[in-house]
Design a binder for this molecule. Sequence first.
Ligand SMILES: [Ca+2]
Ligand SMILES: [Ca+2]
Length: 391
Amino acid sequence: MKTPSALALSAAMIIAACSAGTTSSAAPADTAKLDATGDQPATPLADAPFTVQEVAGFNEPWAMTFLPGGRQALVTEKSGKLKFWQENGPTLDVAGVPAVAYGGQGGFGDVILAPDFATSGTIYLSWVEAGDGGTFGAVAGKAKFVSGGAPRLDGLQIIWKQDPKVTGRGHFSHRLAFSPDGKYLFIGSGERQKFDPAQDMKANLGKILRLNPDGSVPADNPFASQGGVTAQIWSLGHRNILGLAFDGSGKLWNQEMGPKGGDEVNLVAAKANYGYPIVSNGDHYDGKDIPDHPTRPEFAAPKLWWNPSVSPAGLVWYDGDVYPGWKNSLLMGALSGEGLIRMGIDGDALHKSDRWDFGQRIREVEVREDGTVWLLTDGSEGKLLKLAPKG
Ligand SMILES: [Ca+2]
Ligand SMILES: [Ca+2]
């Protein structure tokens, strides 16, 4: 029979063990002050827990997704190609892709698998199409991916469009993510560098949208009764959403490229207004002030923000075994920040846990089933990189 002191010791050991487990993905105490400011210094790659292997090359890659098993992947190239990458074979062009309006920030966008991909072969894609009078807008579509022989798309069908189409070729966002239950497609739709549409409930720009997999509007959307594109809206007041990711507890996170010094990661809630362009912890690039978030507490504030800007690109939830200390983290690429950022999730809080300096613009982040992390670098000589654990 255990004595009271032995019981107390066991309890203390259990608490210590639990506490070690839960803090592994959260922040060391000295990053708490980083979380509350724009700062996050970068660590040299030499001190990272991984080495970087160059695996393949792509022309202006924008997004990727692994196929089940992880030995193959689909990669979009902004100028309009969809590439079928194979770890043990050649990289092939996929036929039957849509014509895209390539230019500025626009072209081919995201590619993700349908929740029932294993049986249906369905994938979802986003791209930019031209409208009347020199206008443009992003669209999302679905198709069946057929990989046997020469890979192709069958039955491509557009299920969603940005409305209205406007001039300019910036801030399309067009990032896609399915809810973990597979029931809802979330779309990040940028404000097209026009500012006010983010607060205009008659436009689906500057919003995160929630749709059924066929593009119809779920009856329980927060603004469903208002009809039109308003019914699609899940959250508003966003700028240029370039990453959407669900974590293991079902919470949806988004990152968005803010104005100067205002890049954000938000915890996305139904009906919430994230305040752009009325508030931002950054300011306009022409120097014009935008009041900071604390001045208008009715708008949802970011969980983390970066100043100087890092220009976020891509967002994934990590829970793999290759890097046990990263369990329950978000990983985000950085374009101008030229690196990879890790944020430990701690309930509804987020911590600036790591930032590694790659010296290259990172466009996309993916996690393979085996827990390894893969990146796409930006530009006409873009590279697929595998991060291999050290030791
Ligand atoms: Ca992806
Ligand atoms: Ca400001």
